[in-house]
Design a protein around this ligand. Structure first.
Ligand code: ATP
Ligand code: MG
Length: 333
């Protein structure tokens, strides 16, 4: 069975983008893969996190993943900071990756904003840690949203350079799994920007814990254009906001853009937004309710994460120890 690794940052409440681009696919992959699901708190602090809020968001992320159908008995759910192998391998990769490679990463440019000199060095080397997350388990398949494609290419470059420099074939190639019609859900305020849980505007996203009223209100206020919906996908060209809303409904109802437009082409956004809000509430309502129930027992959540960390470390520790031996670190007898 192929080993899958994927991560999500506890940098806020998970969004519809995280659900459709990542979590929902994770749940499906559990049927025929051996999966490691990691709440990547080391990644989260590459931008400022209020400590108490980070702690709270981490438990909430664990509860949400379980509510979505992540199975901690057959697979492994754990916190990145609980398994030191990630940070150990990341340091080695900091010394393998080249400045020129990191300079090409578009997520750094997006997240650092205008004042790049003020960005943390952690944000800059974030892709090296992500490469370590995956390679520490010899994972070969990584289900992510389309926004992570460039980081996965870099993870392969790092694995290859390590293998080349140390004369080994220790790190396998990683295959990205970018699945579904909503691999990139865009902001509700700007159809050219991806939906993010750390976007300062709450109106830009649907949070997985939004209630029916909040969902309906955010969809009503979502940016659109004055034209009715086209009857074919080609008519969405140059209309990023319209395309995004159609893509979201397609993902929720298990069809594609063409399927949604066959049913709703010619409709104005008033009516379409009503249908979309109803579909969102039907999917997200039960997840929010189950998340609230799980948050009522933090001890049980922590026990799941503690067990997950022990099982993750049992896989990663020998792999990272071997990488350290290949580098030439003296292994004391
Ligand atoms: P942050 O803004 O803090 O980076 P995020 O919303 O981008 O948060 P991440 O924790 O960085 O979420 O990513 C978790 C997973 O969700 C990744 O697999 C990523 O590809 C996916 N993902 C994130 N945003 C979207 C989106 N808008 N559409 C589809 N997939 C997404
Ligand atoms: Mg992100």
């Amino acid at each position: 069975m192929q080993r899958i690794f994927s991560g999500i940052q506890p940098s806020g409440i998970p969004t519809l983008g995280n659900y459709l681009g990542a979590i929902r696919n994770w749940v499906a992959l559990q049927a025929d893969h051996d999966c490691l699901w990691c709440i990547v708190d080391l990644h989260a602090i590459t931008v400022w996190q209020e400590p108490a809020e980070l702690t709270r968001a981490t438990r909430e992320m664990a509860a949400t993943l379980l509510a979505c159908g992540i199975d901690p008995a057959r697979h492994v759910l754990f916190l990145q900071s609980s398994v030191p192998a990630h940070a150990r391998l990341a340091w080695i990769f900091n010394c393998v990756a080249r400045l020129g490679w990191l300079n090409r990463m578009t997520q750094f440019k997006d997240k650092a904003g205008r004042d790049r000199e003020a960005a943390s060095t952690g944000l800059y080397v974030y892709p090296n840690l992500m490469a370590a997350d995956i390679h520490a388990y010899h994972a070969t398949r990584v289900p992510v949203g389309d926004d992570q494609r460039q980081h996965l290419e870099l993870a392969n470059d790092i694995g290859e350079k390590f293998n080349h420099d140390y004369g080994t074939d220790f790190f396998p190639r990683i295959e990205p799994l970018i699945l579904g019609p909503a691999a990139r859900v865009m902001s509700l305020r700007d159809g050219t920007k991806k939906m993010s849980k750390s976007d300062p505007s709450d109106q830009s996203r649907i949070n997985l814990n939004d209630d029916a009223e909040a969902i309906a209100q955010k969809i009503r206020r979502a940016k659109t254009d004055p034209e009715p919906l086209p009857s074919e996908p080609a008519g969405l060209e140059g209309r990023p906001e319209a395309r995004n809303l159609v893509g979201i409904l397609a993902a929720l109802t298990g069809t594609d853009l063409a399927g949604v437009l066959r049913a709703h082409g010619g409709q104005g956004f008033g009516a379409f937004k009503g249908t979309l809000a109803d579909a969102l509430v039907a999917t997200l309502g039960p997840i929010a309710a189950e998340t609230r129930r799980l948050l009522g027992d933090p001890g049980a959540l922590d026990a799941i994460l503690r067990d997950g960390a022990a099982r993750a470390a049992a896989v990663a520790d020998p792999i990272v120890a071997e990488a350290e031996r290949l580098v030439g670190f003296l292994r004391l007898r």
